[in-house]
Design a protein around this ligand. Structure first.
Ligand code: ZN
Length: 498
Protein backbone atom coordinates (compact mmCIF):
# COMPACT_ATOMS: atom_id res chain seq x y z
CA UNK A 1 0.00 0.00 0.00
CA UNK A 2 1.49 3.32 -0.97
CA UNK A 3 1.07 6.28 1.29
CA UNK A 4 2.61 9.73 0.81
CA UNK A 5 4.47 9.33 4.11
CA UNK A 6 5.28 5.64 3.79
CA UNK A 7 9.02 6.29 3.66
CA UNK A 8 9.07 7.92 7.11
CA UNK A 9 11.52 6.20 9.44
CA UNK A 10 10.29 5.53 12.96
CA UNK A 11 12.73 6.98 15.50
CA UNK A 12 14.15 4.35 17.80
CA UNK A 13 12.95 4.33 21.38
CA UNK A 14 14.80 6.76 23.65
CA UNK A 15 15.80 9.17 20.89
CA UNK A 16 14.58 12.78 21.33
CA UNK A 17 11.76 13.73 18.95
CA UNK A 18 10.63 17.14 17.77
CA UNK A 19 7.34 17.80 16.01
CA UNK A 20 8.03 20.87 13.86
CA UNK A 21 5.78 23.69 12.75
CA UNK A 22 2.30 22.51 13.72
CA UNK A 23 -0.61 24.36 15.26
CA UNK A 24 -0.06 23.35 18.89
CA UNK A 25 -3.06 23.04 21.20
CA UNK A 26 -1.19 23.01 24.49
CA UNK A 27 -4.35 22.55 26.61
CA UNK A 28 -2.54 24.34 29.42
CA UNK A 29 -4.59 26.30 31.97
CA UNK A 30 -4.95 29.21 29.55
CA UNK A 31 -5.61 26.88 26.58
CA UNK A 32 -2.71 28.50 24.76
CA UNK A 33 -2.68 27.84 21.01
CA UNK A 34 0.67 28.28 19.27
CA UNK A 35 0.68 28.50 15.46
CA UNK A 36 3.76 27.21 13.64
CA UNK A 37 5.23 25.81 16.84
CA UNK A 38 7.41 22.88 17.82
CA UNK A 39 7.05 20.29 20.57
CA UNK A 40 10.29 18.74 21.80
CA UNK A 41 10.21 15.39 23.57
CA UNK A 42 13.23 14.17 25.55
CA UNK A 43 13.39 11.15 27.86
CA UNK A 44 9.66 10.55 27.74
CA UNK A 45 8.75 14.08 28.76
CA UNK A 46 7.78 17.31 27.04
CA UNK A 47 11.04 19.25 27.13
CA UNK A 48 9.88 22.44 25.40
CA UNK A 49 7.03 23.95 23.39
CA UNK A 50 7.57 27.01 21.22
CA UNK A 51 8.62 28.44 17.87
CA UNK A 52 11.85 27.31 16.22
CA UNK A 53 13.19 25.36 19.15
CA UNK A 54 16.81 24.39 19.35
CA UNK A 55 17.02 20.66 19.83
CA UNK A 56 19.69 18.19 20.98
CA UNK A 57 21.89 16.63 18.33
CA UNK A 58 20.40 13.49 16.88
CA UNK A 59 16.79 14.54 17.54
CA UNK A 60 14.33 12.92 15.15
CA UNK A 61 12.30 15.53 13.28
CA UNK A 62 8.65 15.06 12.39
CA UNK A 63 7.15 17.61 10.03
CA UNK A 64 3.92 18.80 11.65
CA UNK A 65 3.41 21.63 9.14
CA UNK A 66 -0.24 22.05 8.24
CA UNK A 67 -1.23 19.79 11.14
CA UNK A 68 -2.51 20.06 14.69
CA UNK A 69 -0.42 18.87 17.63
CA UNK A 70 -2.42 18.10 20.76
CA UNK A 71 -2.18 16.00 23.93
CA UNK A 72 -3.04 12.32 23.66
CA UNK A 73 -6.74 11.74 24.25
CA UNK A 74 -8.05 9.91 27.32
CA UNK A 75 -11.05 7.55 27.40
CA UNK A 76 -12.26 7.06 30.98
CA UNK A 77 -14.69 4.17 30.44
CA UNK A 78 -14.39 1.43 27.92
CA UNK A 79 -15.33 -2.25 28.20
CA UNK A 80 -12.36 -3.30 26.15
CA UNK A 81 -13.03 -7.06 26.37
CA UNK A 82 -16.21 -6.52 24.35
CA UNK A 83 -14.26 -5.32 21.32
CA UNK A 84 -13.92 -9.01 20.43
CA UNK A 85 -17.59 -8.62 19.38
CA UNK A 86 -17.02 -5.38 17.47
CA UNK A 87 -20.18 -4.02 15.91
CA UNK A 88 -22.28 -7.07 16.80
CA UNK A 89 -24.79 -5.08 18.90
CA UNK A 90 -25.26 -2.14 16.52
CA UNK A 91 -29.04 -2.39 16.86
CA UNK A 92 -29.21 -3.23 20.56
CA UNK A 93 -30.77 -1.32 23.41
CA UNK A 94 -29.39 -1.45 26.92
CA UNK A 95 -31.85 -4.25 27.67
CA UNK A 96 -30.50 -6.47 24.90
CA UNK A 97 -26.97 -5.66 26.04
CA UNK A 98 -27.75 -6.65 29.63
CA UNK A 99 -29.38 -9.89 28.59
CA UNK A 100 -26.55 -10.83 26.23
CA UNK A 101 -23.55 -9.95 28.40
CA UNK A 102 -24.83 -10.06 31.95
CA UNK A 103 -27.47 -12.77 32.02
CA UNK A 104 -26.68 -15.12 29.17
CA UNK A 105 -23.67 -15.16 26.88
CA UNK A 106 -21.09 -12.89 28.50
CA UNK A 107 -20.08 -15.76 30.75
CA UNK A 108 -18.98 -17.77 27.69
CA UNK A 109 -15.90 -15.54 27.51
CA UNK A 110 -12.75 -17.45 28.49
CA UNK A 111 -9.58 -15.69 29.65
CA UNK A 112 -8.19 -15.88 26.12
CA UNK A 113 -11.32 -14.13 24.83
CA UNK A 114 -10.88 -11.25 27.26
CA UNK A 115 -7.26 -11.14 26.11
CA UNK A 116 -8.29 -11.00 22.46
CA UNK A 117 -10.83 -8.24 23.05
CA UNK A 118 -8.40 -6.16 25.08
CA UNK A 119 -5.62 -6.58 22.57
CA UNK A 120 -7.59 -5.35 19.58
CA UNK A 121 -9.16 -2.59 21.66
CA UNK A 122 -5.80 -1.38 22.94
CA UNK A 123 -4.38 -1.03 19.43
CA UNK A 124 -7.66 0.51 18.29
CA UNK A 125 -7.24 3.20 20.96
CA UNK A 126 -3.65 4.06 19.99
CA UNK A 127 -4.54 4.12 16.32
CA UNK A 128 -7.17 6.79 17.09
CA UNK A 129 -4.82 8.92 19.21
CA UNK A 130 -6.31 7.74 22.51
CA UNK A 131 -3.14 7.33 24.55
CA UNK A 132 -4.83 6.46 27.86
CA UNK A 133 -7.82 4.15 28.18
CA UNK A 134 -9.67 2.95 31.25
CA UNK A 135 -10.51 -0.70 30.70
CA UNK A 136 -13.83 -0.94 32.59
CA UNK A 137 -13.28 -4.66 32.82
CA UNK A 138 -16.42 -6.19 34.30
CA UNK A 139 -16.05 -9.56 32.60
CA UNK A 140 -13.45 -10.84 35.07
CA UNK A 141 -15.23 -13.99 36.22
CA UNK A 142 -11.99 -15.45 37.54
CA UNK A 143 -8.55 -14.14 38.37
CA UNK A 144 -7.32 -15.95 35.25
CA UNK A 145 -9.55 -13.61 33.23
CA UNK A 146 -7.96 -10.66 35.04
CA UNK A 147 -4.43 -11.91 34.34
CA UNK A 148 -5.35 -12.20 30.66
CA UNK A 149 -6.79 -8.68 30.62
CA UNK A 150 -3.65 -7.15 32.12
CA UNK A 151 -1.34 -9.27 29.95
CA UNK A 152 -3.04 -7.86 26.85
CA UNK A 153 -2.82 -4.26 28.09
CA UNK A 154 0.83 -4.75 28.97
CA UNK A 155 1.57 -6.03 25.47
CA UNK A 156 0.55 -2.74 23.84
CA UNK A 157 2.56 0.48 24.31
CA UNK A 158 -0.29 2.68 25.54
CA UNK A 159 -1.39 3.89 28.95
CA UNK A 160 -4.17 1.84 30.50
CA UNK A 161 -6.11 1.62 33.73
CA UNK A 162 -7.59 -1.75 34.61
CA UNK A 163 -10.88 -1.05 36.36
CA UNK A 164 -11.41 -4.46 37.92
CA UNK A 165 -14.99 -5.74 37.87
CA UNK A 166 -17.10 -8.89 37.66
CA UNK A 167 -20.75 -8.70 36.64
CA UNK A 168 -21.26 -12.37 37.47
CA UNK A 169 -20.91 -11.77 41.25
CA UNK A 170 -21.80 -9.08 43.80
CA UNK A 171 -19.01 -6.56 44.33
CA UNK A 172 -19.08 -7.36 48.07
CA UNK A 173 -18.24 -10.95 47.05
CA UNK A 174 -15.42 -10.57 44.56
CA UNK A 175 -13.72 -7.74 46.42
CA UNK A 176 -13.53 -10.04 49.46
CA UNK A 177 -11.90 -12.84 47.45
CA UNK A 178 -8.28 -13.22 48.65
CA UNK A 179 -7.26 -14.26 45.14
CA UNK A 180 -8.58 -10.96 43.73
CA UNK A 181 -6.84 -8.97 46.46
CA UNK A 182 -3.52 -10.71 45.88
CA UNK A 183 -3.88 -10.28 42.09
CA UNK A 184 -4.35 -6.53 42.51
CA UNK A 185 -1.42 -6.22 44.91
CA UNK A 186 0.84 -8.35 42.71
CA UNK A 187 0.07 -6.70 39.38
CA UNK A 188 0.31 -3.19 40.82
CA UNK A 189 3.80 -3.84 42.12
CA UNK A 190 6.27 -2.44 39.66
CA UNK A 191 3.54 -1.84 37.08
CA UNK A 192 4.99 1.56 36.19
CA UNK A 193 2.89 4.56 35.34
CA UNK A 194 1.57 3.13 32.09
CA UNK A 195 -0.71 0.81 34.04
CA UNK A 196 -3.11 1.92 36.75
CA UNK A 197 -5.95 0.26 38.64
CA UNK A 198 -9.47 1.09 39.79
CA UNK A 199 -12.39 -0.94 41.11
CA UNK A 200 -15.46 -1.04 38.86
CA UNK A 201 -18.91 -1.81 40.23
CA UNK A 202 -22.41 -0.38 40.30
CA UNK A 203 -24.60 0.63 43.24
CA UNK A 204 -28.13 -0.70 42.92
CA UNK A 205 -29.77 1.52 45.54
CA UNK A 206 -30.72 -1.45 47.75
CA UNK A 207 -31.37 0.21 51.16
CA UNK A 208 -29.20 -2.46 52.82
CA UNK A 209 -26.28 -1.02 50.79
CA UNK A 210 -24.45 -4.32 50.25
CA UNK A 211 -21.85 -2.45 48.15
CA UNK A 212 -20.50 -0.90 51.37
CA UNK A 213 -18.01 -3.76 51.76
CA UNK A 214 -16.72 -3.18 48.22
CA UNK A 215 -16.15 0.54 48.91
CA UNK A 216 -14.29 -0.43 52.08
CA UNK A 217 -12.15 -2.83 50.05
CA UNK A 218 -11.35 -0.03 47.60
CA UNK A 219 -10.33 2.19 50.50
CA UNK A 220 -8.12 -0.52 51.99
CA UNK A 221 -6.49 -1.16 48.62
CA UNK A 222 -6.11 2.55 47.93
CA UNK A 223 -8.00 2.25 44.64
CA UNK A 224 -10.50 4.72 43.15
CA UNK A 225 -14.00 3.49 42.32
CA UNK A 226 -15.68 3.92 38.95
CA UNK A 227 -19.41 3.29 38.86
CA UNK A 228 -22.26 3.41 36.33
CA UNK A 229 -24.51 5.98 38.00
CA UNK A 230 -27.78 7.44 36.75
CA UNK A 231 -28.55 4.70 34.24
CA UNK A 232 -32.25 4.51 33.47
CA UNK A 233 -33.79 1.39 35.00
CA UNK A 234 -30.52 0.27 36.65
CA UNK A 235 -28.93 2.85 38.96
CA UNK A 236 -30.42 6.04 40.37
CA UNK A 237 -30.38 8.73 43.06
CA UNK A 238 -30.63 6.15 45.86
CA UNK A 239 -27.20 4.80 45.02
CA UNK A 240 -25.69 8.30 45.06
CA UNK A 241 -27.37 9.10 48.38
CA UNK A 242 -26.13 5.86 49.98
CA UNK A 243 -22.59 6.49 48.76
CA UNK A 244 -22.74 10.04 50.11
CA UNK A 245 -24.23 9.15 53.47
CA UNK A 246 -21.52 6.53 54.01
CA UNK A 247 -18.69 8.84 53.00
CA UNK A 248 -17.71 7.02 49.82
CA UNK A 249 -18.06 9.93 47.40
CA UNK A 250 -14.51 11.17 46.91
CA UNK A 251 -12.68 13.37 44.38
CA UNK A 252 -11.27 10.35 42.57
CA UNK A 253 -14.68 8.69 42.13
CA UNK A 254 -15.80 8.52 38.49
CA UNK A 255 -19.56 8.49 37.80
CA UNK A 256 -20.20 6.97 34.39
CA UNK A 257 -23.17 8.33 32.37
CA UNK A 258 -24.86 10.17 35.30
CA UNK A 259 -27.70 10.70 32.86
CA UNK A 260 -30.85 10.18 34.95
CA UNK A 261 -29.96 11.87 38.21
CA UNK A 262 -31.75 14.60 40.14
CA UNK A 263 -30.32 18.02 40.92
CA UNK A 264 -29.74 16.76 44.46
CA UNK A 265 -27.41 14.00 43.18
CA UNK A 266 -25.50 16.44 40.99
CA UNK A 267 -25.06 18.67 44.05
CA UNK A 268 -23.64 15.72 46.00
CA UNK A 269 -21.21 14.88 43.17
CA UNK A 270 -20.14 18.51 42.79
CA UNK A 271 -19.68 18.98 46.53
CA UNK A 272 -17.48 15.91 46.90
CA UNK A 273 -15.30 16.70 43.89
CA UNK A 274 -15.91 13.64 41.74
CA UNK A 275 -16.16 13.67 37.96
CA UNK A 276 -18.58 12.39 35.35
CA UNK A 277 -17.59 10.24 32.38
CA UNK A 278 -20.00 11.06 29.57
CA UNK A 279 -20.51 8.45 26.82
CA UNK A 280 -22.77 10.44 24.54
CA UNK A 281 -22.99 7.96 21.69
CA UNK A 282 -23.87 5.26 24.15
CA UNK A 283 -26.46 7.29 26.05
CA UNK A 284 -28.13 8.35 22.82
CA UNK A 285 -28.37 4.87 21.39
CA UNK A 286 -28.61 2.47 24.34
CA UNK A 287 -30.91 4.49 26.58
CA UNK A 288 -29.10 5.29 29.84
CA UNK A 289 -30.67 8.75 29.69
CA UNK A 290 -30.15 12.00 27.81
CA UNK A 291 -26.41 12.77 27.51
CA UNK A 292 -26.03 14.93 30.61
CA UNK A 293 -23.46 17.63 29.77
CA UNK A 294 -26.21 20.26 29.36
CA UNK A 295 -27.03 19.70 33.04
CA UNK A 296 -23.69 18.86 34.61
CA UNK A 297 -21.90 21.91 33.20
CA UNK A 298 -24.33 24.06 35.21
CA UNK A 299 -23.14 22.32 38.36
CA UNK A 300 -19.46 22.83 37.63
CA UNK A 301 -18.82 19.09 37.74
CA UNK A 302 -15.63 18.02 35.91
CA UNK A 303 -16.33 15.99 32.76
CA UNK A 304 -14.34 13.42 30.83
CA UNK A 305 -15.38 11.54 27.70
CA UNK A 306 -15.71 7.85 26.95
CA UNK A 307 -16.84 5.46 24.24
CA UNK A 308 -18.22 2.69 26.50
CA UNK A 309 -18.07 -0.35 24.20
CA UNK A 310 -17.20 -1.28 20.65
CA UNK A 311 -19.96 -3.88 20.61
CA UNK A 312 -21.76 -0.80 19.24
CA UNK A 313 -19.34 2.09 18.64
CA UNK A 314 -15.86 2.79 17.42
CA UNK A 315 -13.32 3.59 20.12
CA UNK A 316 -12.27 7.02 18.90
CA UNK A 317 -12.89 10.19 20.82
CA UNK A 318 -13.44 12.34 17.72
CA UNK A 319 -16.80 10.69 17.66
CA UNK A 320 -17.30 11.42 21.38
CA UNK A 321 -16.44 15.10 20.95
CA UNK A 322 -18.72 15.46 17.95
CA UNK A 323 -21.75 13.74 19.43
CA UNK A 324 -21.32 15.48 22.78
CA UNK A 325 -21.43 18.89 21.10
CA UNK A 326 -24.42 17.78 19.07
CA UNK A 327 -26.39 16.38 21.99
CA UNK A 328 -25.70 19.37 24.24
CA UNK A 329 -26.66 21.91 21.60
CA UNK A 330 -29.64 19.86 20.51
CA UNK A 331 -30.99 19.91 24.06
CA UNK A 332 -30.30 23.61 24.46
CA UNK A 333 -32.28 24.39 21.30
CA UNK A 334 -35.08 22.03 22.27
CA UNK A 335 -35.46 23.52 25.76
CA UNK A 336 -35.47 27.03 24.30
CA UNK A 337 -38.03 26.18 21.62
CA UNK A 338 -40.31 24.76 24.31
CA UNK A 339 -40.24 28.23 25.88
CA UNK A 340 -40.87 29.87 22.50
CA UNK A 341 -37.29 31.19 22.43
CA UNK A 342 -34.37 31.02 20.01
CA UNK A 343 -30.82 30.18 21.04
CA UNK A 344 -28.62 32.74 19.34
CA UNK A 345 -25.33 31.77 21.05
CA UNK A 346 -24.58 28.19 22.06
CA UNK A 347 -23.03 27.52 25.43
CA UNK A 348 -20.90 24.46 24.71
CA UNK A 349 -17.90 25.18 22.50
CA UNK A 350 -15.58 22.91 20.51
CA UNK A 351 -12.73 24.08 22.73
CA UNK A 352 -14.51 22.65 25.76
CA UNK A 353 -14.96 19.15 24.36
CA UNK A 354 -11.29 19.07 23.33
CA UNK A 355 -10.53 19.97 26.95
CA UNK A 356 -12.78 17.15 28.19
CA UNK A 357 -11.12 14.65 25.82
CA UNK A 358 -7.65 15.51 27.15
CA UNK A 359 -7.35 17.43 30.44
CA UNK A 360 -10.74 16.21 31.62
CA UNK A 361 -9.63 12.59 31.40
CA UNK A 362 -6.34 13.32 33.15
CA UNK A 363 -8.16 15.04 35.97
CA UNK A 364 -10.63 12.16 36.34
CA UNK A 365 -7.71 9.76 36.71
CA UNK A 366 -5.80 11.98 39.12
CA UNK A 367 -2.98 12.34 36.59
CA UNK A 368 -1.71 15.90 36.56
CA UNK A 369 1.33 14.75 34.56
CA UNK A 370 -0.64 14.07 31.35
CA UNK A 371 -3.47 15.78 29.45
CA UNK A 372 -1.57 18.87 28.28
CA UNK A 373 1.57 19.76 26.35
CA UNK A 374 3.69 21.61 28.90
CA UNK A 375 7.35 21.20 29.80
CA UNK A 376 7.81 18.45 32.37
CA UNK A 377 4.65 16.50 31.51
CA UNK A 378 4.80 12.94 30.24
CA UNK A 379 4.96 13.04 26.45
CA UNK A 380 1.62 11.68 25.24
CA UNK A 381 1.26 13.55 21.96
CA UNK A 382 -0.98 13.33 18.90
CA UNK A 383 -0.32 14.87 15.49
CA UNK A 384 -3.40 15.28 13.31
CA UNK A 385 -2.21 15.77 9.75
CA UNK A 386 -3.26 14.23 6.48
CA UNK A 387 -1.75 15.84 3.41
CA UNK A 388 -3.68 13.42 1.21
CA UNK A 389 -7.03 14.68 2.47
CA UNK A 390 -8.94 17.77 1.29
CA UNK A 391 -10.37 17.93 4.82
CA UNK A 392 -6.98 19.00 6.17
CA UNK A 393 -7.31 22.58 4.86
CA UNK A 394 -8.00 25.37 5.39
CA UNK A 395 -7.16 25.05 9.07
CA UNK A 396 -8.90 28.09 10.55
CA UNK A 397 -10.43 27.03 13.85
CA UNK A 398 -8.22 24.31 15.35
CA UNK A 399 -10.65 23.23 18.10
CA UNK A 400 -13.50 23.08 15.61
CA UNK A 401 -11.25 21.17 13.25
CA UNK A 402 -10.49 18.54 15.88
CA UNK A 403 -14.09 18.18 17.02
CA UNK A 404 -15.99 18.29 13.74
CA UNK A 405 -13.56 17.73 10.84
CA UNK A 406 -10.88 15.28 11.90
CA UNK A 407 -11.22 11.51 12.20
CA UNK A 408 -8.97 8.64 13.13
CA UNK A 409 -7.51 8.31 9.64
CA UNK A 410 -6.11 11.82 10.06
CA UNK A 411 -4.09 10.78 13.12
CA UNK A 412 -0.60 10.87 11.65
CA UNK A 413 1.68 10.37 14.65
CA UNK A 414 1.09 9.24 18.23
CA UNK A 415 3.59 9.26 21.08
CA UNK A 416 3.06 7.61 24.43
CA UNK A 417 5.58 8.42 27.11
CA UNK A 418 7.83 9.78 24.38
CA UNK A 419 7.70 6.58 22.33
CA UNK A 420 6.37 6.78 18.78
CA UNK A 421 3.55 4.21 18.60
CA UNK A 422 1.97 5.46 15.37
CA UNK A 423 4.00 6.98 12.60
CA UNK A 424 2.89 8.29 9.22
CA UNK A 425 -0.60 6.83 9.78
CA UNK A 426 0.72 3.37 10.65
CA UNK A 427 0.87 1.67 14.04
CA UNK A 428 4.41 0.80 15.08
CA UNK A 429 5.11 -2.75 16.16
CA UNK A 430 1.53 -3.99 15.92
CA UNK A 431 1.19 -7.47 14.46
CA UNK A 432 -2.41 -7.00 13.43
CA UNK A 433 -2.40 -10.35 11.64
CA UNK A 434 -1.73 -12.09 14.93
CA UNK A 435 -4.30 -9.95 16.75
CA UNK A 436 -6.86 -10.80 14.09
CA UNK A 437 -6.22 -14.53 14.52
CA UNK A 438 -6.88 -14.37 18.27
CA UNK A 439 -10.07 -12.37 17.73
CA UNK A 440 -11.19 -14.81 15.01
CA UNK A 441 -10.66 -17.67 17.45
CA UNK A 442 -12.83 -15.91 20.02
CA UNK A 443 -15.60 -15.26 17.53
CA UNK A 444 -15.43 -18.90 16.44
CA UNK A 445 -15.62 -20.06 20.08
CA UNK A 446 -18.62 -17.86 20.90
CA UNK A 447 -20.42 -18.68 17.68
CA UNK A 448 -20.04 -22.43 18.08
CA UNK A 449 -20.85 -22.31 21.82
CA UNK A 450 -24.01 -20.26 21.31
CA UNK A 451 -25.13 -22.04 18.16
CA UNK A 452 -25.92 -20.40 14.85
CA UNK A 453 -29.53 -19.55 15.65
CA UNK A 454 -28.74 -17.81 18.96
CA UNK A 455 -25.80 -16.04 17.35
CA UNK A 456 -27.94 -14.68 14.52
CA UNK A 457 -30.82 -13.71 16.79
CA UNK A 458 -28.48 -11.92 19.17
CA UNK A 459 -27.23 -9.71 16.37
CA UNK A 460 -30.70 -9.06 14.94
CA UNK A 461 -33.15 -8.07 17.68
CA UNK A 462 -36.85 -8.30 16.86
CA UNK A 463 -38.17 -5.16 15.24
CA UNK A 464 -41.26 -3.83 17.00
CA UNK A 465 -44.16 -3.10 14.65
CA UNK A 466 -43.68 0.39 13.29
CA UNK A 467 -46.60 2.78 13.59
CA UNK A 468 -47.54 4.48 10.34
CA UNK A 469 -49.92 7.38 10.78
CA UNK A 470 -52.93 8.03 8.58
CA UNK A 471 -52.15 11.02 6.42
CA UNK A 472 -55.14 13.28 5.61
CA UNK A 473 -53.34 14.63 2.54
CA UNK A 474 -52.96 11.21 0.98
CA UNK A 475 -55.63 10.55 -1.65
CA UNK A 476 -56.04 7.73 -4.09
CA UNK A 477 -54.87 9.74 -7.15
CA UNK A 478 -51.94 11.28 -5.32
CA UNK A 479 -50.82 7.85 -4.14
CA UNK A 480 -50.86 6.44 -7.67
CA UNK A 481 -48.90 9.48 -8.93
CA UNK A 482 -46.25 8.93 -6.28
CA UNK A 483 -45.55 5.46 -7.58
CA UNK A 484 -44.41 6.85 -10.96
CA UNK A 485 -40.79 7.18 -11.91
CA UNK A 486 -39.35 9.91 -9.68
CA UNK A 487 -37.94 11.74 -12.70
CA UNK A 488 -41.47 12.53 -13.80
CA UNK A 489 -41.92 14.94 -10.90
CA UNK A 490 -38.36 16.18 -10.66
CA UNK A 491 -37.61 16.99 -14.28
CA UNK A 492 -41.11 17.62 -15.59
CA UNK A 493 -43.17 15.86 -18.20
CA UNK A 494 -40.98 16.60 -21.21
CA UNK A 495 -37.92 14.80 -19.85
CA UNK A 496 -37.06 12.07 -22.37
CA UNK A 497 -37.59 8.59 -21.02
CA UNK A 498 -34.28 6.95 -20.11
ZN1 ZN B 1 -20.27 1.06 30.61
Amino acid sequence: MSHPDADVVVPESGRPVVLRGGTVLTMDDAHTVLPGADVLVVDGRIAAVGQQLEVPQGTAEIDAGGGIVMPGMIDTHRHMWQTAMRGYGADWTLTQYFVWYYLEHGRAFRPEDVHAGNLVSAWDALEAGVTTTVDWSHGLQTVDHAEAAVDALSAVPGRFVLAYGNIQAGPWEWTADPAVRSFLERRRTGAGDRLGFQLAFDVTGDPAFPEKAAFEAARELGLPVTTHAGVWGATNDDGIRLMHEHGFMTPETVYVHAATLSTDSYHRIAATGGSISVSTESEQSAGQGYPPTWQVRRHGIPVSLSMDTSVWWSGDLFSAMRTTLGADRSREHLEAHARGETVTHVQLRAEQVVDWATRGGARALGRDDIGSLEPGKRADVVLIKNDASPVSFPLLNPYGHVAFQAQRGDVHTVLVDGQVVKSAHRLVGADLGAVRRTVDATVEHLRSTLGEETWTQGMNPDLPGAEVLDNPYTYTEYKSASTHDARGSVFGDDTPAG
